[in-house]
Design a binder for this molecule. Structure first.
Ligand SMILES: Cc1cc2nc3c(=O)[nH]c(=O)nc-3n(C[C@H](O)[C@H](O)[C@H](O)COP(=O)(O)OP(=O)(O)OC[C@H]3O[C@@H](n4cnc5c(N)ncnc54)[C@H](O)[C@@H]3O)c2cc1C
Length: 600
């Protein structure tokens, strides 16, 4: 049975020493967040994840969710009680606004909590996770009446939320949505249609479920310009907040799927269900994007989380399992064989995992801080600069984070050899659970296209130019410190490859848009490498400072410096190869006719 321990020491290092959260006391909500409070939130949320959620991960996977003939859905044993504990501890309120009953704490702390919960039990974490996304959309676009009616209960996790985009004929291409919304005399809408693959669409965790649903008004234009967003509660809610009649929305089936069995993936039937418009008519996609952006960061964190949980168990196994001898001669001559840890190829997988998870954690938490700065910084200039970076980094965190998260889970399974393939050992669950994060919330190829097709050009390329400048400036300053110079030189070089690839798109993608599509995924990976490189540079810098100040925890900081070197030596060189793939363009990739893909 796998084990999980929240990596709280690493999170505290990133928040306190790398991001230096104390320096942001000017932002609302940050003033009272002292290092003691940060430590308490991190330690307690880590404990909750490890002690309450992790023990339900394997059992929830084995049991799955069940749907009864009346359409009700039961979550695995223990989920309801665990959600009760989550709610009572107020974890759902952590970084929600105080106006609606939240604690108003920085998002960076909310992101740490999300990582721990997803690592301990991704299927469980998705129930409150989706609610966070629904809350973001209502906060940004809901009318004051809708906000007052739904937000306090959703933030308190008394009611959970869902997002309903997908239909059988409509996945990535939301312009194909058919679900209809007919205006009613009382200002509400009758929503009719079928949504599929709806996470947490029906369950027994809360009394009410608040669905956010994309649908079309009768006279709406075709395509994505004619989509509106509606809030459709499972039980209608009276003006005093009491639950009324059952709405005409029901779960028609739950999917049997590869992983996250503890999360109910539902076919949802809307049969003239009563809903209310969120935001403006035909502007639903913009509202849904607010929710999707929040959810995309959450899904990127799922990639990190599964990688971390798998890494902990891969590392533990490598320390205990004895097979073969070290290439340099027996490391433990008295034992029948050495541990797996002596083999460079096993080390490669462990170091790849360590370099990814620690780098990705820093990137996700930095992005969490940028979200706060984007919302709350006093000057518009600061807010815009942070918002630019969040926009640029979101598809990278989602796409690169989950691609590498899955690859890491597979590597950790590999360390377990044949035992990793055996269900009772639990390593294969990490692989199965990690896989979905590459698909939902916009498949990773679509994230790559969002990065290349939208984010690069936005506001005249302001975000990517700012990112280049940031990396260059931090590399230049780090090169003055001999302990950081080598890492900085290698990251600077990778940034040079990214700049060249960006320039290549500028010169070649207008003439042939397929050049952008063909290079999108390598470009996303290349951006991921540079972004993680920047994080490793910052972590190395913070570590040299702590070592110079005479820290007693030298092992922790020395390990950071070694891992930064490993990242610079073993990840950064891929930047050159990725750039060459991008510059190969679309010609050979698009050349074959459709018949060539038929087996002769
Ligand atoms: C377990 C699970 C939970 C889910 N939860 C939810 C949920 O809560 N709410 C919800 O609304 N949906 C949910 N989904 C649906 C999910 O978001 C979609 O499956 C996903 O967006 C992809 O849509 P699709 O499956 O129709 O694939 P398609 O759109 O048919 O795409 C197939 C492949 O083609 C690629 N592709 C398609 N179009 C393009 C393009 N223009 N450029 C480049 N590549 C392209 C995609 O990247 C993908 O790899 C869930 C799905 C699963 C399996």
């Amino acid at each position: 049975m796998p084990s999980y321990k929240a990596p709280t020491r690493d999170t505290r290092f990133i928040i306190n020493e790398v991001l230096k959260l104390e320096g942001y006391g000017n932002l609302p909500g940050f003033a009272n967040v002292t290092p003691d409070i940060v430590d308490a939130v991190i330690e307690e949320s880590g404990k909750f994840a490890a002690e309450v959620l992790a023990p339900l991960n394997a059992s929830g996977d084995a049991e799955g969710c069940t749907r009864a003939a009346d359409g009700s859905v039961t979550t695995p044993q223990g989920f309801k009680a665990a959600h009760g504990q989550f709610r009572e501890a107020g974890w759902g309120t952590l970084s929600a606004p105080e106006e609606f009953g939240g604690q108003g704490m920085p998002h960076v702390l909310g992101f740490a909590l999300e990582e721990y919960m997803s690592a301990a039990n991704q299927a469980f974490a998705m129930y409150p996770g989706l609610t966070n996304g629904a809350v973001s959309a209502l906060l940004a676009k809901g009318s004051p009446e809708l906000q007052a009616k739904y937000l306090p209960k959703m933030i308190a996790n008394e009611w959970l939320g869902t997002m309903n985009l997908t239909e059988p004929q409509c996945g990535t291409d939301l312009g194909l949505i058919r679900t209809k919304a007919e205006p009613q005399a009382d200002g509400s809408f009758a929503v009719t249609g079928t949504k599929i693959f709806i996470s947490a669409g029906e369950h027994d965790l809360t009394d009410n479920i608040i669905h956010l649903v994309l649908a079309r008004l009768p006279d709406a234009p075709g395509g994505t310009k004619g989509i509106s967003l509606f809030v459709v509660p499972k039980f209608l809610v009276g003006d005093d907040g009491s639950l009324g009649a059952r709405n005409a929305v029901s779960c028609g089936a739950i999917e049997h799927k590869m992983g996250i069995h503890g999360n109910a993936t539902c076919v949802m039937n809307y049969d003239g269900a009563t809903g209310w418009l969120v935001g403006e008519e035909n502007k639903g996609l913009a509202a849904m994007f607010i929710m999707m952006n929040a959810a995309r960061l959450g899904v990127g964190i799922q990639g990190l989380a599964q990688a971390e949980a798998a890494y902990q168990n891969g590392a533990q196994y490598a320390r205990e399992r004895r097979q073969g001898r070290a290439l340099t001669g027996p490391a433990e001559p008295g034992a029948p064989a050495d541990t797996l840890l002596v083999h460079p190829d096993v080390r490669r997988m462990l170091m790849d995992a360590k370099a990814f998870t620690e780098g990705m954690r820093a990137l996700a938490l930095w992005c969490g801080l940028l979200v706060d700065v984007a919302h709350q910084a006093p000057s518009e200039e600061e807010r815009d600069a942070a918002d630019d970076l969040v926009g640029l980094l979101t598809p990278v965190i989602k796409g690169y984070g989950t691609d590498r998260g899955f690859a890491t889970a597979v590597d950790m399974q590999q360390i377990w050899g044949g035992h990793g393939y055996i269900v009772e050992n639990g390593m294969e669950q990490f692989v199965r659970d990690a896989r979905i994060a590459m698909i939902y919330e916009g498949a990773n190829g679509v994230q790559a296209m969002d990065l290349v097709g939208r984010k690069l050009a936005l506001k005249g390329g302001r975000a990517i130019q700012a990112f280049f400048a940031l990396v260059d400036a931090e590399c230049a300053s780090a090169k003055e410190n001999e302990k950081l110079a080598d890492v900085a030189t290698r990251i600077e070089k990778a940034n040079g490859e990214l700049k060249a690839a960006t320039m290549w798109f500028l010169q070649n993608a207008m003439a042939n848009p397929n050049n952008a599509g063909a290079g999108a995924t390598p470009y996303m990976q290349l951006t991921g490498i540079v972004a993680l490189g920047l994080m490793w540079l910052r972590m190395a810098k913070a570590s040299t400072e702590s070592l110079a100040a005479g820290t007693s925890d030298t092992a922790f900081y020395e390990a950071k410096l070694t891992t930064a070197r490993y990242f610079a030596e073993r990840y950064a060189p891929d930047a050159g190869a990725l750039r060459r793939k991008i510059e190969a363009g679309a010609e050979a990739l698009m050349a074959l006719p459709a018949e060539a893909f038929e087996t002769a």
